[in-house]
Design a protein. Structure first.
Length: 90
């Protein structure tokens, strides 16, 4: 299974335009899965900005506190280089 995931990531990395990447994701992800990724992105971005409380993020993003907590917990265990990259890029 891990090899399949690596293969999928390699495939994604070969796509150079956001339009083509969107088409690939349309093939592999349902609308609900894309919405979940979108909300996780917004949550991570908001947590990294450190402007809102978790409750305020939940209200503004219309997500549950548990989703905010999962995003926050995930950020605590990622590689510091990735966190720095996200802080710069988001």
């Amino acid at each position: 299974m891990e090899k399949d995931w690596d293969d999928f990531l390699t495939l994604c990395s070969k796509i150079k335009s956001t339009k083509d990447l969107e088409k690939l994701f349309d093939l592999f992800l349902t609308l609900e899965e894309k919405r979940l990724l979108e909300s996780r992105y917004v949550i991570i971005k908001a947590i990294l900005e450190e402007k809102l409380t978790q409750r305020e993020i939940a209200e503004s993003c219309q997500v549950s506190i548990s989703q905010i907590t999962r995003g926050s917990n995930a950020l605590k265990i990622i590689d510091p280089k990735l966190k720095k990259f996200l802080e710069t890029e988001l």
